[in-house]
Write a protein that binds this ligand. Structure first.
Ligand code: AMP
Ligand code: MG
Length: 485
């Protein structure tokens, strides 16, 4: 049955069913997906609606009821086909062909008011041909954690998918990594695309260059449309993908974020960050901080993120090499480091208060800051927040005034580097015009919110839900994140 033939679709008063759906992926043909049915749940309790996203869909939040969310994204009424996407991927370095949407599907693709095509992808909506031994479900805590991660990252300037809604579904689930039985949810993610590196890897594995080319053309047409008319569009696409991932890795690093599972099935072909499982924001600057308890060899630890992205991009060359010369692929990948360092440096500089500084000075300051954070083990986010909170024009007068009213206390072994940092910061401020001071204060405040999604913050928010079904701390936390407090 096509969408137009689906009962109630045309006459629906549910605003989610009358959006501008396009069947971009569906029209590629069924080599890329399987049609699936959604699970039926015993309960539907709307726990989260992301009203901030509705205007982008051309919807007025006031005009959308909770029931509209539940009908569309908890009961999945009125939309067909629901497509479980096929993909493979390298998981912790091992090729896995038993992947694919095992607990989700593509609910639909919508042309939003910004002109972009967005996927609504579910997580926790039931079993599919790719579920293997899994139950096809998402825990409520998993849903809460992904909502929080996506919002936090978005407001920290990371290019990320967002969660449109999360609905509690009334099942009891058993998980090894949560006290069980544990509650269930279904979440709908709004992302640029759910096409992954692993989608290409599967087609290469199946030795189907024809399907790879069709997908590549589709990706360029939809997500790199400015390249569509170029003669060397494939070469330019790969170079731009490298640039997008270099920037994304820099954004994660500056945000102090460890994604935790950078398998190639979690790498979006649009260069957008998505799929938040065991992620964590780093408490202190520890290059080897590892967020997933099952990442025994620290493969996806905090500081490995740029090199892992690069490695995944290199592995993506396999399916692409039928269409792009080896030299062009190598040249594309070789630009990763330059893009990465330029972006990281600029983001870190902004966290320290500066939009721009002369190159050498910028490098010196960023390097010394990172060195200090690593040596002192002062809280990564605390340091920047304290800068924002206590910044004063007095810091221009003497190095001793820099951060002197803050809660930053360097550990004994780090006092020399802290002093050096204060001296350098004072020197830079001192060389600037007075009228730059207000701009620095503003930049510091904008870049370094007080609310940080550290693990204890998430855990205490979750405990209120788990123990008393109290959702207030969760809503408060999202509100603080969204208002950049
Ligand atoms: P993830 O770790 O969420 O990126 O998932 C990796 C793979 O495992 C994907 O193919 C998922 O669809 C699948 N998967 C994860 N959890 C479940 C589950 N509870 N039931 C079925 N499949 C799952
Ligand atoms: Mg995944």
């Amino acid at each position: 049955m096509t969408l137009a033939e689906t009962p109630n679709y045309k006459n629906s008063s549910n605003p989610f069913l009358t959006l501008n759906y396009e069947s971009a992926l569906e029209s590629l043909g069924d080599d890329y997906y399987d049609e699936v049915a959604a699970a039926e749940f015993p309960q539907h309790i709307l726990r989260w609606r992301n009203d901030a996203l509705l205007p982008r869909l051309g919807l007025d939040p006031q005009a959308v009821t909770d029931e509209d969310f539940i009908i569309a994204f908890g009961k999945f009424q009125g939309r067909k086909p629901l497509l479980a996407l096929r993909y493979h991927g390298y998981q912790f370095g091992e090729y896995n062909r038993q992947l694919g949407d095992g607990r989700g599907f593509l609910y639909g693709q919508v042309r939003a008011s910004d002109g972009e095509l967005y996927d609504f992808g579910t997580k926790g909506s039931g079993r599919t041909p790719y579920s293997r031994g899994g139950d096809g479900m998402l825990t409520l805590k998993g849903g809460v954690r992904e909502v929080l991660a996506a919002e936090a990252l978005h407001y920290l300037g990371v290019r990320t998918s967002r969660c449109l809604t999360m609905i509690e579904t009334g099942l009891s689930l058993w998980r090894g990594d949560e006290p069980s039985p544990t509650r269930s949810s279904v979440m709908v993610r709004m992302s640029n695309s759910h096409i992954r590196f692993g989608t290409f890897e599967r087609l290469h594995y199946l030795q189907r260059p024809d399907l790879t080319k069709k997908l590549l053309d589709h990706v360029i047409e939809q997500y790199y449309s400015h390249l569509s008319a170029q003669q060397d569009k494939y070469v330019l696409f790969y170079a731009e993908l490298v640039e997008r991932f270099a920037k994304l890795a820099a954004q994660w690093m500056a945000a102090g974020f460890c994604h935790a599972v950078l398998n190639t099935d979690n790498m979006s072909i649009t260069g957008e960050s998505f799929d938040y499982g065991p992620y964590a924001f780093i408490p202190t600057y520890d290059p080897y901080f590892t967020a997933a308890y099952f990442d025994y060899y620290r493969r996806y630890c905090y500081s490995h993120q740029p090199s892992i992205c690069k490695l995944n991009l290199e592995m993506l060359q396999e399916p692409l090499k039928a269409f792009i010369d080896k030299g062009d692929l190598e040249a594309g990948l070789a630009s990763f480091d330059e893009h990465y360092y330029a972006e990281y440096s600029s983001l870190m500089l902004r966290k320290i208060g500066f939009e721009q500084l002369p190159h050498l000075e910028a490098n010196e300051l960023v390097n010394l800051t990172v060195e200090f954070l690593q040596d002192s083990q002062v809280g990564y986010h605390q340091f920047f927040y304290e800068m924002a909170r206590t910044f004063s024009s007095k810091w221009r007068d003497e190095p001793g005034f820099v951060l002197n009213n803050s809660d930053i206390v360097p550990v004994p072994g780090a006092s020399a580097i802290f002093d050096n940092w204060c001296i350098l910061y004072h020197k830079i401020l001192n060389g600037l015009d007075c009228d730059r001071i207000d701009v620095i204060a503003q930049t510091l405040a904008e870049q370094n919110p007080k609310t940080v999604l550290l693990r204890p913050v998430i855990e205490s928010t979750w405990e209120a839900i788990a123990q008393e079904d109290n959702w207030q701390p969760f809503y408060e936390l999202v509100k603080q994140i969204q208002s950049r407090h």
